[in-house]
Design a protein around this ligand. Structure first.
Ligand code: SF4
Length: 401
C-alpha cells in the first residue's frame, strides 16, 4: 500500500491577508491567532511577525513530518475526487522553489507568494458572496439584521480595510523576495493603493522576476497608470470571476452587466503584453450554474475562435464548505437530474466529469438547508427585484422551488 505524501508548500512559500486585515496561511484555513487568542492583524502585526509565528512553525513541522493536517481537509477532500487541489496547484507553481527548499534541507526563507485580499471594497454583491468580502452588502445586511448600516459586517470590514490600506503595510521589505503577488478583494482593480507596492518593486529592480495575479470580477479595466506599471512585471495573470452567461450571469453577479463584462473580456485578451499576459475565466461552481456549465464552456470556445486574441483559458473551482449553494447540498434526486444532463457532455471538457464526481461524493442535503436556501434566494430576489423562477426555469423544476 502506498503512503500518501501530505506535504504542502504553502507554509514555506506564502502568506495570505484577509479582507478584514487578519492573516491566513492559505484561503482554506482560518485566521491565525496568537497564543493569547487574539488575531494577528495588519494594523498591528507585520508580515515578519506572522511568518515567524508559532502557528507557521507548527504547520511547517507538521508537513515535514507528513502529518495529515486537520485544517487542510478541503484539499484532501478535493484530491480524493481526483481534482487538482490548492496544495497540488502550489506545488506545481513553485516547483523550482520547492527544489531549492529540498536542496537546502527546508531552511526557511522569506515568503515568495503573497495573497492580498486587501479589504472588501467592491462594486458587486454576488449571490455566492458575503458581507465579509463585499461592502456592497451593507444595505441588505442592515435590513436583514435590522441594524444600522454602521453596525453591519460589510461596513465594519470596509472601515477596517480603509484603515489598513496604509503606506506602512505596502512598504515592507518582506515583499522584495516575491515571485508571485495575488490581489483579490473585494475588487482589486478598485484598489489604487496597491500601486505603492508595484512602484517600490520596480524601483528596487525586482519587478521583472514577479508575476502579478489579479482575481477580478471583470467589470473594471486597469487605469492607464496601472497598465504602465504592469509593463514592468514578468507576467500578468488575470482570473476573471465569470460563472455563467447572459441573464443568469447578471443574476449571480448583481449588478454587473453581461454586455460590459463580455466587452472587458475581449479588452483583457487584447492587451498589448505579448507573451506576458495570461487570462483565465474562473467560474465558481454552485447550485446556480452547475446545470448550465456547458453554456459557459461553449462561450469560452466561441471567444477562442478569434485567433488574433490571446487565448482565454477555462478555469473553475467549487464553492466549498458549508455554503447553502454548495452543489453537495442538493437532494440526491436533484443531483441525478443534473447528472443526467451533464453526462451527455463529458467529452466537451474534463470539468463535467469532475463536477459529477465532486457533487456525488457526499450527501449534504437536509430539510433545513433546503428551507434556508429557499428563504435566502427569495429574500434577495425581493430586495433586488429579481426572480430566480424566471431566470433559472430548469433549476426551478429540478429543485421543486
Ligand atoms: S494542504 Fe491545502 S489547505 Fe493545507 S495549507 Fe496546503 S493548500 Fe492550504
Amino acid at each position: 500500500m502506498s503512503i500518501k505524501n501530505y506535504f504542502c508548500i504553502v507554509p514555506f512559500s506564502s502568506i495570505k491577508v484577509n479582507p478584514d486585515g487578519t492573516y491566513r496561511a492559505c484561503c482554506l484555513h482560518d485566521s491565525i491567532k496568537k497564543p493569547d487568542g487574539s488575531y494577528y492583524h495588519i494594523n498591528n502585526d507585520s508580515l515578519m511577525d506572522v511568518w515567524e509565528s508559532e502557528y507557521y512553525k507548527k504547520l511547517r513541522n507538521d508537513f515535514l513530518n507528513n502529518k495529515e493536517v486537520k485544517e487542510c481537509g478541503q484539499c484532501w477532500d478535493i484530491e480524493s475526487s481526483n481534482i487538482k487541489s490548492f496544495r497540488l496547484g502550489g506545488l506545481s507553481r513553485f516547483k523550482d522553489f520547492h527544489q531549492t527548499l529540498v536542496e537546502e534541507n527546508f531552511k526557511v526563507q522569506k515568503p515568495v507568494c503573497f495573497e492580498l485580499a486587501m479589504g472588501n471594497l467592491c462594486n458587486l454583491k454576488c449571490r455566492i458572496c458575503k458581507p465579509d468580502n463585499s461592502s456592497m452588502f451593507a444595505g441588505e445586511e442592515s435590513i436583514y439584521k435590522n441594524c444600522k448600516i454602521e453596525d453591519t459586517r460589510a461596513y465594519q470590514n470596509l472601515k477596517n480595510s480603509t484603515q489598513s490600506l496604509n503606506r506602512k503595510f505596502w512598504d515592507q521589505d518582506f515583499f522584495l523576495n516575491a515571485l508571485e503577488i495575488n490581489f483579490a478583494g473585494g475588487e482589486p482593480l478598485l484598489l489604487k493603493n496597491h500601486e505603492i507596492l508595484l512602484k517600490k518593486l520596480i524601483k528596487k529592480n525586482k519587478s521583472k522576476n514577479i508575476t502579478l495575479w489579479y482575481h477580478t470580477n471583470a467589470t473594471r479595466i486597469p487605469s492607464p497608470s496601472l497598465l504602465k506599471l504592469w509593463n514592468e512585471f514578468k507576467l500578468i495573470k488575470l482570473s476573471l470571476s465569470v460563472d455563467d452567461v447572459g441573464d443568469r450571469f447578471e443574476y449571480q453577479r448583481y449588478p454587473a452587466k453581461w454586455q460590459e463584462v463580455k466587452k472587458n473580456v475581449l479588452y483583457f485578451l487584447n492587451l498589448p503584453l505579448k507573451n506576458r499576459i495570461f487570462v483565465r475565466l474562473d467560474a465558481t461552481i454552485s447550485i446556480f450554474n452547475v446545470f448550465y456549465m456547458v453554456d459557459l464552456i461553449n462561450y469560452v470556445k466561441m471567444v477562442n475562435k478569434n485567433k488574433n486574441l490571446n487565448e482565454l483559458i477555462f478555469g473553475y473551482h467549487f464553492l466549498t464548505g458549508k455554503s447553502l449553494f454548495n452543489i453537495r447540498t442538493l437532494h440526491p434526486k436533484e443531483k441525478n437530474k443534473i447528472k443526467y444532463k451533464l453526462e451527455k457532455y463529458t467529452k466537451l471538457n474534463h470539468v463535467i466529469t469532475e463536477i459529477i464526481n465532486y457533487m456525488n461524493k457526499e450527501d449534504w442535503w437536509s430539510r433545513d438547508i433546503e428551507r434556508l436556501r429557499k428563504n435566502k434566494i427569495k429574500t434577495a430576489d425581493q430586495q433586488r427585484s429579481e426572480s430566480f423562477i424566471k431566470t433559472f426555469p430548469e433549476m426551478v423544476e429540478i429543485l421543486n422551488f
